[in-house]
Design a protein. Structure first.
Length: 246
């Protein structure tokens, strides 16, 4: 089994940080190139934050009836890139949590769920909802559940490791509450076929997506800085004991 060097891990984490910027730019481009229309108003121009979902960017044909090829390609590329970043990130993260049995177990559980989330990103990209609605929704629900499991796992792992900054556990907890609230809204909330329900769910999704983008960017960046500080700058192994760092 090949062992990944510290410098290779730094490159992987740097890729994760850079992929976030590309992901954000691709999503912005997809919005600008979206073919137009909403479920309640096919004549609407462009992408509407309060009436369009993110998945609308990946439609083969927009609500307006126009081909949506450019938006779809950017949207799918962004999801594939983020999927690769998540898989890479979670593949190396357990190596930072080797101090206690609880930290090791929780990080491995969190990483397994995180890899599943990365694969779901690819699944969402490959299943435009206007062609494969059932499969698309399954990937979306599994993605949400996987994110929640991965964040719970690393929340426990970080708190069990006295060296990794606790602010990252707090960040995971905050985003988990936001994501969990939205999942509850989807399952128990208003009817999406009403204009009010559509507006609430579409706007709520934007909150979840943007909060998630901020959360994962800070996690990628935090892990990169942590790795540099403990492995490349100080040239020393991780300290598993001592006072917690904030």
């Amino acid at each position: 089994m090949r062992v990944i060097s510290d410098r290779q891990k730094a490159q992987i984490l740097k890729f994760c940080v850079a992929s976030f910027a590309v992901y954000a730019l691709c999503n912005l481009g997809a919005m600008l190139l979206y073919g137009g229309g909403t479920s309640s108003d096919p004549s609407a121009r462009g992408y509407t934050f309060s009436q369009n979902f993110f998945s609308d960017l990946g439609m083969v044909r927009a609500y307006s009836g126009q081909p949506n090829t450019s938006s779809l390609l950017l949207f799918a590329s962004a999801l594939l890139l983020m999927g690769m970043a998540l898989i890479s990130f979670f593949a190396i993260m357990p190596g930072y949590f080797t101090g206690s049995r609880l930290a090791r177990t929780a990080s491995r559980v969190g990483s397994f769920a995180g890899v599943v989330a990365g694969l779901c990103c690819a699944g969402i990209a490959a299943t435009p909802w206007d062609l494969f609605l059932s499969a698309h929704l399954k990937f979306v629900y599994v993605l949400s559940a996987s994110f929640l499991c991965s964040m719970l796992g690393y929340f426990v792992a970080i708190l069990a490791n006295r060296d990794y900054p606790n602010r990252h556990a707090i960040l995971f907890a905050v985003y988990a509450v936001i994501l969990g609230a939205y999942v509850g809204l989807m399952l128990l909330g208003p009817d999406i076929h009403t204009r009010e329900g559509l507006t609430l769910l579409a706007a709520g999704q934007k909150v979840v997506i943007y909060a998630g983008m901020l959360c994962w960017f800070l996690q990628f960046l935090g892990a990169y800085r942590y790795h540099l500080r403990h492995y490349l700058w100080d040239h020393r192994p991780l300290a598993q004991d001592g006072p917690p760092r904030f």
